[in-house]
Design a protein around this ligand. Structure first.
Ligand code: PEP
Ligand code: MG
Length: 754
């Protein structure tokens, strides 16, 4: 009978009645009492109750129709206690024929619920967090139908937003109900991009505003939804078509997307939600929260992955609903963006001048968001477990990327301490900015060329600010990593041209695609490898599938338009690989000439020294190259057999150690002997103490992240290179695994700022 009542009317009119009840001027308690009465009547339930979550985590009976009114504000259940507590713990509905016999049933005599057997409870979810529970009960033993469960969930969603948004029920009346977490919290994560920030939370996927939840015209909403779904399906199909992948690339991810996008069940749930009176956006949120609740509990990593895919798909659908041209989101002056994870281009859509920090629940150092955050110099902490459920829009937060932490709703002393650290940073920045135009000479007159690592168009904005003398490493794969689908020849050429224009005659070293390993493309998933760091990546891929490499070289030569061009190949492990890669450059130059396009006025082709094998074949390699660059990030990982992306081993070995210093010296000596220009472009080149050791070993070209240039220049200016050389040479014979403290002592003795 309950089913028939809703099947004929749906929750539409019910939602409208609830909205009216909530919108009046009555006190909060009266409104909630009205709401439970309306729901009970509409669902032909003998009992309808609302439980809300207190700050201490307890669930308190706030309003009821059918249970004893004396129990209101008296009956409380802990998280996981009773059926209500169980629903919050599980984050999903409980539909029971005979509730009193359920093992989780907790008997509360004051409620008088003895006679009621059937029980349907759904969580009041807000941003994936349960703020309470909505329950209906009947005397007869019966299971509620699927549609009833669905309807009650829709009602719960609307109710949760109305209660949570705080404009319909005043917060005073709700006392300490924990609609949003409000205590200070400290979360430990991982540093993705260095820096500090204090600001206001902006949720990337902020909930649909309560006034936009209910539609006035279900037909119109259904049409909007259908159009958006069709556009989404088309977009995914197009992405699949455009997927002329590398070999071994699997369609798996996109196929999964396509499967979901065309999934009848998904589409039906969305349609039903719209038909029941929700707007198309609210319908997406509604179906999303159900998926989250279902899949979020899954232990199976495969299922959890699928949840990611679904989240992304939902976001895409919302974007279609908002329309392509929807205005960029308004940001407060000091916005800290909070998201579970961000897609390739998401971060670039926000106003950089207002975006002060980024906090992510997931992600990895090599994820798109992390790459873009570093390029924009926005502090970012990731892997903050449970973050999204612990903050609300507008909360104050501290991003402490130095320590890899976030402080939610920080106490005043935390903010004070942060402010003084920000002050120190600002002073140091001012000093570095003052050095911008000072050439980097050591005290004994050696010129050290400081270059910048880059990879995105946004990097070019700061090239001038840093005082870098050029780009020593342009990571071309970043363009591929932040794109929705494969950048074509023209897009590549356009970016390279912009880079060369921005460099305005300063040298730029373009590194060909270094994909695979820790750099994967969402639209071109490669076959899973047992050991990706040692697998089919970088130049190996380029040589095996020359179409992509040749296309890139063509784009580079075209972009140079007769200007000088520097190209280098990543992860060369044998001289034969370098010879073969270089031959492609010659082929492409010849092709350009045949087409009447100018060849670069000067062409330098180099290799990265990252694979240890090359160190013992430099006599053969160097004469073939125009320059080399030492990629210490990878070189370290291969020398120490320690995965650079695995925090448990990545920092286990010190680059300031005799074996590393000896290898580096060997490379430097061989380059001097053959007159081959050499640079170091791994992260260590941007850390003053490490850079001090490099300068001491004889390196005079260092390429580093933009933030390193100021501090390293300060070090160079204070350094007597000859004295440093003597000191560091003596340490090459050290007998411990790290000579960091000795190098620190040496730097201090020589008054070097490192
Ligand atoms: C390196 O390996 O040191 C390097 C500079 O390249 P990437 O960090 O892009 O692998
Ligand atoms: Mg590398």
């Amino acid at each position: 009978m309950v089913a028939s009542s809703l099947a004929t009317r749906g929750p539409r009119s019910l939602l409208r009645q609830i909205r009216e009840a909530m919108a009046g001027d009555a006190p909060a308690q009266t409104k909630l009492d009205m709401v439970v009465r309306i729901i009970a009547a509409s669902m032909v339930a003998e009992v309808c109750s609302i439980y809300l979550r207190r700050a201490g985590g307890e669930l308190e009976l706030f309003a009821t129709q059918g249970l004893s009114p004396d129990a209101v504000h008296i009956t409380r259940l802990k998280l996981g206690e009773g059926l209500v507590g169980e629903i919050v713990r599980l984050g999903r509905p409980l539909n029971l024929k005979d509730a009193p016999h359920h093992p989780a049933f907790a008997y509360r005599p004051e409620t008088g619920e003895d006679p009621y057997h059937s029980f349907l409870g759904v969580p009041l979810l807000r941003g994936g967090r349960a703020i309470g529970v909505l329950v209906v009960q009947n005397r007869t033993e019966r299971n509620y139908g699927e549609e009833e469960v669905e309807d009650l969930q829709i009602i719960a969603m609307v109710l949760a937003e109305m209660v949570g948004a705080g404009d319909l029920l005043d917060r005073e009346a709700l006392k300490d109900v924990e609609i949003a977490p409000h205590r200070p919290e400290r979360l430990k994560g991982v540093r993705f991009s260095d820096g500090l920030a204090y600001g206001t939370v902006v949720l990337h996927d902020h909930p649909v505003a309560p006034e936009k939840l209910l539609s006035d015209d279900a037909e119109a909403e259904a049409t909007r939804l259908a159009a958006a779904v069709a556009a989404l399906q088309q977009q995914i199909d197009k992405m699949l078509e455009g997927h002329h992948g590398l070999v071994g690339a699997s369609y798996e991810v996109l196929e999964t997307y396509r499967m979901f996008a065309h999934d009848r069940g998904w589409n039906r749930s969305l349609e039903e939600a719209v038909r029941s009176g929700l707007t198309a956006e609210a319908a997406v949120e509604r179906v999303r929260s159900e998926h989250r609740a279902r899949l979020g509990q899954a232990r199976d990593p495969y299922l959890r992955e699928r949840l990611h895919d679904l989240e992304d798909l939902n976001d895409r659908l919302l974007r279609h609903l908002y329309g392509d041209g929807h205005a960029p989101r308004e940001l407060p002056e000091d916005a800290i963006l909070v998201a579970r994870n961000l897609g390739p281009a998401d971060l670039l859509e926000y106003d950089r001048t207002r975006l002060k920090g980024l906090l992510l629940e997931e992600g990895s150092t090599a994820s798109h968001a992390a790459i873009v955050a570093r390029a924009l110099d926005i502090p970012c902490v990731g892997r903050l477990a449970g973050l999204r459920d612990r903050v609300s829009q507008g909360d104050p937060v501290v991003v402490d990327a130095e320590a890899g932490e976030a402080f939610l709703r920080p106490r005043p002393d935390v903010v004070e301490a942060l402010n003084s650290r920000l002050e120190v940073r600002a002073q140091r920045r001012a000093v570095f900015a003052g050095l911008k135009d000072t050439p980097a000479f050591t005290k004994d007159g050696a010129k050290i060329t400081l270059l910048m690592n880059a990879g995105l168009a946004v990097d070019l904005d700061i090239l001038g600010e840093t005082g870098a003398e050029g780009i020593g490493l342009f990571r071309t794969e970043f363009q591929f990593m932040v794109a929705e689908d494969m950048p074509r020849l023209n897009a590549q050429r356009a970016l390279y041209e912009r880079v060369l224009d921005a460099a305005n005659g300063m040298p730029v070293t373009f590194r060909t695609l270094d994909l695979g390993g820790d750099k994967l493309l969402p639209y071109m998933e490669l076959e899973r490898e047992e050991n990706p760091a040692l697998g089919w990546r970088a130049v190996r891929m380029g040589l095996d599938r020359p179409a992509l490499l040749r296309q890139q070289l063509r784009a580079l030569i075209w972009a140079a338009r007769g200007r000088p061009l520097r190209v280098m190949f990543p992860l060369v492990a044998s001289v034969d690989e370098f010879r073969a890669a270089r031959a492609f450059v010659d082929t492409e130059v010849a092709w350009a000439l045949r087409r009447g396009r100018p060849a670069p006025s000067r062409l330098d082709v180099g290799a990265m020294i990252e694979a240890p094998s090359l160190v013992w074949h430099l006599d053969a390699l160097l004469p073939m190259t125009d320059f080399v660059s030492v990629g210490t990030n990878d070189l370290m990982q291969y020398l120490f057999a320690a995965d650079r992306g695995n925090p448990r081993v990545a920092d286990r070995y010190d680059p300031l150690s005799p074996p590393v210093l000896r290898v580096l010296k060997q490379i430097q000596d061989a380059c001097v002997e053959t007159g081959t220009p050499v640079s170091v472009c791994g992260e260590m080149a941007g850390r003053p103490l490490e850079a001090f050791a490099l300068v001491a070993l004889g390196f005079d070209r260092l390429s580093m992240p933009p933030a390193g240039i100021g501090p390293v220049k300060q070090m160079v200016l204070s350094c007597d290179r000859e004295a440093a050389r003597r000191g560091v040479t003596a340490l090459l014979k050290g007998t411990s695994g790290s000579v960091r403290s000795q190098i620190e002592t040496l730097a201090r003795k020589l008054y070097v700022v490192a």
